[in-house]
Structures are given as C-alpha cells and as structure tokens.
Design a protein around this ligand. Structure first.
Ligand code: C2E
Ligand code: MG
Ligand code: MG
Length: 247
C-alpha cells in the first residue's frame, strides 16, 4: 500500500474551549483499498505493528502530514500544529530523530507545527532510546502528547520525566462523564493532576453537548470529537480551516 500510494490521511479538528478556536488537528490514517474500500486503521495498524512495516507506514504518515500542513500554511490558511500518532517501534527506531528532521526540512515546516502522540506503555519501557529521542526532538521544538491517557499503566513518574505538552484523555472516560459518577471522578482527578503539573488536557471522543458542558465546567482546555467534526479528508478539512468559525 505504501508503494502503490493507497494510504491517505484524514484530519480531525481540536478545539480550545475558552475561545472556541481551532488549535490543531490530528492526522488519522486510512487505507484506500482497491477492492475493499476505505479501511479504518484498526483493521491494519495492529498487524503492521507486529513487524517493521509500521516504521515505513509511520514515516509516510509523518512526511505526508508535514507536507500537507506546510502546503496549507503556504496557501495562507491558519498555521496550526498537526498531531501524528507514533508507534512503539518507531520510537525505538534509532533513525527517527534524523528522519523527522529531514522531513521537516524538506517540507520547510517549523518543528512547533508537529506534535507526536505517544501511549503510556511506550514511556514505560525502560530503554534509553525513547527518552533520548523524545528529549532531542523536544529540544528542536517538537511537541509530545500522551494519547488514550488513563488506559495504560498508571505509573505516573513519566509525567515528570518526559517533556510532555498535553494529555489526551481517552474517550472511554468521556463517554460516561454525564451518567457514571466514577468516570466523572476520574476526569476531575486527571484534570487536577494535569493542572498541577502544568499540562493541558484534551478530551477525546466528545459526542454530546452535555459532555462538552461538563468538561467546560471542570476546566478542561481542549476537545476533539464528533460533536465538533468527524475526521475529514484533506479538501474538506482545508475548507474548515479556511472558515475557522468559532464554536
Ligand atoms: P486515536 O489516536 O486515539 O484516534 C482517535 C480515534 O477516535 C480515531 O479513530 C477517531 O476517528 C475516533 N474518534 C474521534 N472522535 C470520536 C468521537 O466523538 N466518537 C468516537 N466514537 N470516536 C471518535 P480512527 O481514525 O479509527 O483511529 C483509531 C486509532 O488508530 C487511533 O486512535 C490510533 O491509535 C490509530 N492510528 C490512526 N492513525 C494512525 C497512524 O498514522 N499511525 C499509528 N501508529 N496509529 C494510527
Ligand atoms: Mg491519537
Ligand atoms: Mg486516543
């Protein structure tokens, strides 16, 4: 699929609650399969992650996301960071730092316009490569977020050890915030933890205005979810960027 150019990226907006402004967007891969149609990442990413195939796919995602973001900026659209999901093998890949620098240089994109999403388990591994890789890229100005926060190992030491910018609170907690007092308690606790550590929190999978109201009242900074928009193909997302109507 990499060789045949069958992968495409969809983009989902991220909104800041205080201002209602678009503050970034996540790149989400799809496979335009010749016979089976548009395949969601859940159908092929876990398989690719079992081998080094994920490194080639991940490199393509980073390159395409940066190319597209730079092209939008050159076209006069608002300059915003693009979030790219990183897999464990990519983070362990010794060539990652050099590759990312090369991609940014080729795209003529400033490092502050890319953020990598990592999962908790990737920071739990005791290897020094991930720590060095993250430190080097962060030094360049690249941002890092924790994806699906709350679903991994809850060893919170890494929140201090790594230069992180935000936590993406997993949608499994958001789903129940207005009906389940345990989910509400977890969300409140994460918001307070993040606030004390100086990290922003983005709530993932926000689908209803009740969830939005709860998150706003509890001081969550950012949201992403179907309530705002589904992930969109590039042309549709560009139209949204061009209008950037506040919430
Ligand atoms: P993720 O990074 O946590 O991405 C969020 C997923 O939630 C996306 O699914 C998105 O479409 C979905 N979503 C967004 N808003 C809502 C909502 O309001 N309700 C619900 N029910 N779902 C919502 P998607 O695109 O199918 O991606 C699934 C996962 O596949 C991603 O989870 C990520 O872990 C992985 N993935 C996607 N693209 C890449 C990639 O380029 N590289 C790697 N390594 N993984 C990727
Ligand atoms: Mg993600
Ligand atoms: Mg997530």
């Amino acid at each position: 699929a990499v060789e045949k150019n069958e992968f495409i990226l969809y983009y989902q907006p991220q909104i800041e609650l205080v201002s209602g402004r678009l503050v970034g967007f996540e790149a989400l891969i799809r496979w335009q399969h010749p016979e089976r149609g548009l395949l969601a990442p859940g159908r092929f990413i876990p398989l690719a992650e079992e081998s080094d195939l994920i490194v080639a796919i991940g490199d393509w995602v980073t390159r395409e996301a940066c190319r597209q973001n730079a092209a939008w900026q050159r076209a006069g659209l608002p300059a915003l960071p693009v979030s790219v999901n990183l897999s464990a093998r990519q983070l362990r890949d010794r060539a990652l730092v050099a590759n990312v620098r090369d991609v940014l240089k080729n795209a003529a994109l400033e490092p502050r316009y890319i953020e990598f999403e990592l999962t908790e388990s990737m920071l739990m591994e005791n290897a020094s490569t991930p720590a060095n890789t993250i430190a080097e890229l962060a030094e360049d100005g690249v941002s890092f977020a924790i994806d699906d926060f709350g679903t991994g190992y809850s060893n919170l030491g890494y929140l201090q050890r790594f230069p992180l910018h935000r936590l993406k609170l997993d949608q499994s907690f958001i789903r129940g915030i207005t009906s389940n007092h345990r989910d509400a308690a977890i969300v409140r606790a994460v918001l307070s933890l993040a606030q004390n550590l100086g990290l922003k929190v983005l709530a993932e999978g926000v689908e209803t205005s009740e969830q939005l109201a709860f998150l706003r009242a509890e001081g969550c900074q950012e949201i992403q979810g179907y309530l705002i928009s589904h992930p969109l193909p590039a042309e549709k997302f560009a139209a949204m960027l061009a209008s950037t109507a506040p919430l």
